[in-house]
Write a protein that binds this ligand. Structure first.
Ligand code: 9WN
Length: 452
């Protein structure tokens, strides 16, 4: 055992497992688990999926409860909101329920408080993993059936309302919908949007009460987030009409890869549940084709976002640009290019300046920043998805590096929201963990990786 990293040592593993379980337990808020103790005091969409995996082996009922709680917020058109607000924590997060002003919007469930946008639809593939881990799948059949129908409706929403040209690619209407809120990619999109300070309603951030400003988005980015929320709420979230004249419409590779991996999962689940799976099969073929034809950058050797308002690719290399491996989109030649980039200086650094896998924005991008969220730091959920994508193509060694880097970051620093990608930190920096500590999905995915 001596030459293996310490998390393989049973004593240390047991400590990490116990600590991870405590993170989840401490973050329980009523029926669900909040992403972080104070920074995010409500339920978040894709967080709920990753968190469910953290309970799957030890408390399957709670895993199901996370999914059920989130889908209580589903709108009649199928949209599953980015945030389901907890009544207890009113006023503790901005933008809160009142700011979103979704009350009375047709189709929003009346007794649940939600935001008005969505997030990456991880729920299909999470549900499929839950099925594989279910202690008694037959007993849970009603749960799986209910969720299958709900998730099918969510996919229907993505293809009906977010793919007006029927290309097989869903667009996001806000950086928050990507889950990777602060990528330099969004700066490029915003640079083309005519924007006046007077178009931003007054607001007060709450995040900076919990996290140092240098780890969070800058004010100009936040102004633009709020500007978009204001456009949406002014038009009462009425889809599809609202999209006719809406400036932020981006087809992003990770969002679509997640949607398409969930399509595959719904095929498997549907077969088990004896439901028709024809449309998931059609979507799967069409979306993989479109990811390749529209989102591949031959010059960069990675998938990139497409701005459907400006009709152009945004050739910035991000971790999200490699997630199409998860849904089987790339052919062998493209996989080789993606893996070459992942193993090269853009993500692995150099022998003198090595990096943990995997920076959210490539180390050599002009917009890279090792501290600021989504501009460079490593996120455990991204590593987890990449790990599965790489294994799918037989790249087991680099996949294992994603797993071991993730576990080593957790062991060295704790269950942070994100981590500095550089291995050698300057002397004045004690910790490489940023954002919120005791972050739920970091704990949950650690548990999943350790099989606990
Ligand atoms: C806005 C909850 C969420 C994650 C996102 C992450 C961050 C929210 C914020 O926290 O976003 O949705 O206020 O910064 O970027 O991926 O789901 O953990």
């Amino acid at each position: 055992m001596t030459d293996l990293p310490p998390y393989y040592d049973p004593a240390t593993t047991a400590n990490i497992v116990a600590a991870a379980k405590n993170v989840l337990k401490d973050n329980i808020l009523g029926a669900f688990t909040k992403p972080a103790p104070t920074l995010y005091p409500h339920q978040w969409n894709w967080d709920a999926g990753f968190i469910a995996l953290g309970y799957a082996r030890s408390d399957f009922r709670q895993a199901c409860a996370e999914m059920t709680a989130l889908f209580r917020g589903q709108w009649a058109n199928g949209m599953v909101p980015q945030i389901v607000f907890s009544v207890e924590n009113v006023g503790k997060y901005f933008p809160g329920y009142r700011f979103w002003d979704t009350n009375g919007v047709p189709g929003k469930p009346r007794n649940v408080r939600t935001s008005g946008i969505t997030m990456p639809p991880v729920h299909g593939f999470i549900l499929n993993r839950l099925l594989q881990l279910a202690p008694d799948s037959k007993a849970y059949r009603p749960f799986f059936l209910r969720m299958f129908d709900r998730i099918s409706l969510l996919h229907q929403y993505c293809y009906q309302y977010r793919d007006p040209a029927r290309e097989g690619l869903a667009f996001i209407c806000h950086p928050w919908e990507s889950g990777m809120d602060n990528l330099p990619t969004w700066e490029e999109v915003f640079s083309q949007i005519e924007f006046d300070a007077a178009d931003v309603p007054p607001y007060e951030r709450r995040d900076l009460e919990h996290v140092d400003a240098r780890y969070r988005p800058r004010k100009p980015s936040y102004d633009r987030y709020i500007y978009l929320v204001n456009l949406l709420r002014q038009q009462r979230y009425q889809e599809p009409e609202i999209w006719e004249n809406y400036p932020f419409q981006v087809q992003e590779p990770m969002f679509n890869a997640i949607l398409n991996h969930s399509n595959e999962a719904l095929i498997e689940l549907g077969d088990w549940l004896r439901r028709d799976t024809g449309r998931f099969r059609e979507w799967h073929t069409q979306t993989n084709r479109a990811i390749n034809s529209k989102l591949w950058s031959e010059s960069r050797g990675i998938y990139v976002s497409y701005d459907r308002v400006q009709h152009r690719q945004i050739p910035i290399a991000t971790a999200g640009g490699m997630i199409p491996l998860l849904c089987g989109a790339p052919d062998a030649a493209r996989v080789t290019r993606v893996v070459t980039m992942l193993e090269g200086p853009s993500f692995t650094g150099t022998p003198e300046h090595p990096a943990w896998l995997c920076a959210s924005t490539a180390l050599d991008e002009p917009g890279f920043d090792p501290h600021r969220y989504w501009r460079g730091p490593v996120w455990i959920n991204m590593n987890w998805m990449l790990f599965h994508g790489l294994n799918r193509y037989g790249h087991h060694a680099i996949a294992e590096k994603l797993r071991s880097d993730s576990l080593e970051l957790v062991r060295q620093y704790g269950f942070w929201e994100y981590f500095n990608p550089w291995k050698n930190l300057p002397e004045n920096e004690k910790s490489g963990g940023y954002g919120s500590n005791q972050f739920s999905w970091t704990a949950a995915l650690t548990l999943d990786w350790l099989g606990m």
